[in-house]
Design a protein around this ligand. Structure first.
Ligand code: ATR
Length: 513
């Protein structure tokens, strides 16, 4: 089973040991990053394995490989030798592994390591991207049978991740560590077992002064939320696809539910630059169900073999699940939205309500369809007016731009204002898409965004005295409906209450890169 390796990147040995002690129960292996230690601290590394009490990797990462070591190669070799010297007959007192680069050639040092049971991790770093023919590279790197080969690659696209996955599949049976650095590679760090990686590197991100690598996850989050150590070849994979997908409640929600009911499943963030590329990843990883978010709710339709009447009528899909022929599309935004709004209003329909909708993307499609179904009258305002017109004309609603003219029409459509655009969302921009409009304080205002909990738009509405609600309640309601699609059963109410009581705020801390 893949192991959790905690990277220790503090400036002193003492601080590294403090961090290790704090996160010990989540850690299988520690990596002492000697290059991060202050120069005088580097003299004290020999006793580290004994003090750590768990297997430790000795690593002195050069700056050209993304590390902090800037000295000469001779001094680095001496430092490495000092860590491996005076080897003990009790192997627990020696470094269990030493990370030696592919272009490093000091046979005497390697010989000394082998003699006392220190396993060599032969590493290759490429900060530029994924090399051609990676599987051949993996094969050629291995110099002795007991070596573990490690490739640490910057992935710039989803197809880069796919190439790493395919190369790993071509080298089944080889002990290897695969590291997809960068935002698009984050799921490879959670699904190490599925990617065929011997371990995953993570950091104690909540500790101060600890530099973490790009896309690295927090050790506690990996162990507790994603239940990394329980992921086996059989574990079913679910997740959320979007871009940039910097912050989403769904991994917290689904993994908490899976954990409480002890389901052998994991829910993973899949930031992707292309939905087409992602469909290939989904096939390779045998993903069972997906939530789809910005900006793919419409693009995703091209890969479906079937879809519900709701998806067909509004042309947007936020849920994918498997049927024997392939992917089936559903839209849980619609019911999630209307249940949340009606519950907030304490009403059963929207008859006689005049409503402005801001935005005309995938989320707006669901909102507009529900307003029509519930008897409301709407005005759709969008930055790109033609898109507002396209959505509005289906329902004979009014439309306009986010300009003076559009704002003027709003005076007749301001019982309720619903913000569906991505303006104000974390990872996008913090603009207020309706800045030309002055709230009277009588409007009821909903913003579908929940990260941040209060957008500049919602803040201004609340300050003017409006009743406001963000998208958190809606997202939980639609996630419950997604769970029904994925698992073919409802979440028991008691379990849902427990999920909510584990802290509705907790999700906002979840990093997705
Ligand atoms: P989703 O599926 O979540 O609706 P989308 O389909 O990408 O995402 O749509 C995003 C919506 O946010 C669009 O209506 C977009 O306006 P354009 O059609 O003009 O692109 C809107 N949007 C994004 N950034 C915006 C901004 N800064 N100001 C106003 N509208 C914005």
């Amino acid at each position: 089973m893949a192991k959790i390796c905690l990277c220790l990147t503090a400036k002193t040995v003492k601080r590294n040991l403090e961090i290790l002690d704090k996160y010990r129960k989540f850690t299988d292996i520690a990596e002492l990053r000697v290059d991060c230690l202050a120069p005088d601290e580097r003299l004290n590394i020999r006793r580290f394995p004994e003090l750590a009490g768990i297997p430790v990797i000795l690593t002195i990462r050069r700056d050209i490989d993304g590390g902090y070591y800037t000295g000469g190669e001779g001094a680095r070799v001496n430092l490495m030798a000092s860590g491996l010297a005076y080897a003990s007959a009790d192997s627990r007192f020696n470094f269990a592994y030493v990370d030696i680069e592919d272009d490093f050639d000091v046979p005497s040092l390697e010989e000394a390591a082998r003699t006392f049971g220190t396993r060599i991790i032969r590493s290759y770093h490429n900060l530029q991207g994924v090399p051609e023919n990676l599987s051949a590279k993996l094969k050629s790197m291995q110099r002795a049978r007991d070596e573990i080969v490690k490739v640490s690659l910057s992935v710039k696209t989803t197809s880069d991740v796919l190439r790493v996955l395919k190369a790993s599949r071509a080298r089944l049976g080889q002990d290897k560590i695969l590291l997809c650095m960068g935002h698009y590679g984050i799921y490879s760090r959670i699904l190490s077992e599925k990617f065929g990686s011997f371990l995953t590197y993570c950091s104690a991100l909540s500790e101060s002064e600890v530099p973490g690598a790009s896309g690295q996850l927090d050790v506690q989050e990996l162990a507790e939320l994603y239940r990394f150590r329980k992921i086996t070849k059989k574990t079913k994979i679910y997740g959320v696809v979007g871009n940039p997908l910097t912050s989403t409640v769904s991994p917290w929600f689904f993994n908490t539910v899976f954990g409480l009911e002890n389901t052998d499943a994991v829910y993973v963030p899949f930031p992707s630059d292309s939905i087409k590329g992602f469909y290939e990843i989904a096939k390779e990883l045998d993903i069972q169900g997906l939530s789809i978010t910005v900006p793919y709710k419409e693009d995703v339709l091209s890969g479906l073999v079937g879809s519900s009447p709701v998806v067909q009528s509004i042309g947007a899909c936020n849920t994918l699940y498997r049927i024997p022929e392939g992917w089936y599309g559903e839209n849980t935004d619609c019911t999630g939205f209307s249940d949340s709004l009606l519950n907030f209003l304490g009403k059963k329909n929207l008859k006689n309500k005049k409503i402005t909708i801001v935005g005309a993307g995938g989320a707006a499609h669901a909102v507009v369809a529900e307003i029509f179904r519930l008897g409301g009258k709407a005005l759709i305002l969008n930055r790109t007016q033609i898109k507002a017109r396209n959505v509005a004309s289906r329902y004979k609603f009014k439309w306009g731009g986010l300009d003076g003219q559009g704002i003027e029409i709003m005076s007749k459509y301001n019982d309720i204002i619903i913000q569906t655009s991505s303006a104000g969302m974390e990872g996008y921009d913090d603009t207020d898409p309706l800045e030309l409009y002055s709230f009277s304080g009588d409007e009821i205002v909903m913003d579908l965004i929940y990260t941040p909990p209060v957008t500049p738009f919602l803040k201004r509405a609340a300050e003017a005295g409006c009743l406001t609600i963000n998208g958190y309640d809606m997202v939980i309601r639609q996630a419950c409906l997604q769970y029904l699609c994925f698992m073919e059963k409802e979440i028991p109410q008691q379990l849902l209450s427990r999920v909510n009581s584990t802290g509705a705020n907790k999700w906002s801390r979840i990093r997705t890169g």
